[in-house]
Design a protein around this ligand. Structure first.
Ligand code: BGC
Length: 286
């Protein structure tokens, strides 16, 4: 199918101005894997919305510090903290320092994730283990620390009607099987039922747990899919809305899911994917 966007020129990403509406004012957030891509956009969006933000990263200190600066520019507190989310001791330190430095934790965005792709019969155990360790075990370790902190502190009535919010960054591949990426799809499928099971268990404590599932977003992780006009044209075949998503669009969805505007939203995955999960192969009939 030919679309009016086929020759679209890819725009530069523009830093948004600081918004006036500080809907997360007073809240303390932690975003894992926040030095680039979707994590960076979410950290900046939460900061712009008034939250103080811990910018977690595992590599790329300079990039993490630039995110911190952008958050501070708009009047929120922020600092960068290096930690590997797949390591229990480092995750514990990450949350302990946050309690000491910011005094509370209200929002966890479980974002850190990676891909190590290979044809299935060539995939090494190391590639399998690494992706599961960061994408799934890392989310478990951070969510567990966050729930412990939320239970200890209870509802902080002056900042939110929930005791805490967890947003797991999943993927369309929590439901779309993905050949050549079996470890990644397995990790995201795992995130889906982990998120729902935690949500069921902690709801009575007024802890909200949800997922955001991005489709194809313009970030370094998938540059091969959008970096050339040919690749981009191919990509559009998978997206009924006929454009790639921008990281800032995930940032805005995260702000809403973290805010009291979504207080009755619990245990669900919000797909932000331009319709990628709508079986685009059926666009022109079955
Ligand atoms: C992956 C990207 C991919 C997108 C859509 C994401 O979860 O990280 O590499 O482009 O899903 O397939």
């Amino acid at each position: 199918m030919k679309t009016m966007f086929e020759n679209e020129v890819l725009p530069d990403v523009v830093m948004p101005a600081c918004p006036i509406l500080k809907i997360l004012k007073g809240q303390k957030a932690i975003v894992t894997g926040a030095s680039s891509g979707i994590g960076k956009a979410i950290a900046i969006a939460l900061g712009h919305a008034g939250a103080d933000v811990v910018v977690n990263y595992v590599a790329g200190e300079e990039a993490a510090l630039a995110v911190v600066e952008e958050i501070q520019r708009c009047g929120s507190r922020a600092y960068a903290h290096k930690a590997d989310v797949s390591r229990e001791d480092e995750v514990r330190d990450l949350f302990e320092r946050m309690a000491g430095q910011l005094g509370a934790v209200d929002i966890l965005v479980n974002n850190a994730g990676l891909q190590q792709d290979a044809p299935f019969d060539e995939m090494t155990l190391q590639q399998w283990n690494k992706v599961i360790a960061v994408n799934l075990t890392g989310q478990f370790l951070c969510a567990r620390e966050a729930v412990r902190a939320f239970k200890r502190q209870g509802v902080r009535k002056n900042v939110s009607c929930a005791a805490g919010k967890i947003i797991c960054i999943s993927s369309v591949h929590e439901v779309i099987p993905w050949a050549g990426h079996v470890n990644y799809a397995a990790s995201k499928g795992g995130v889906m039922l982990m998120m729902k099971s935690i949500a069921q268990e902690v709801a009575p404590y007024r802890i909200r747990v949800n997922s955001l599932a991005p489709g194809a977003i313009r970030t370094p992780i998938n540059m091969a899919a959008w970096g050339t006009p040919e690749a981009y044209r191919e990509l559009l075949k998978l997206i009924p809305y006929k454009r790639i998503g921008e990281p800032e669009e995930i940032g805005r969805a995260a702000v809403w899911l973290a805010s009291d505007d979504s207080d009755y939203v619990h245990g669900v995955t919000l797909f932000v994917d331009g319709g990628m999960t709508l079986y685009p192969g059926f666009e022109t009939g079955g």
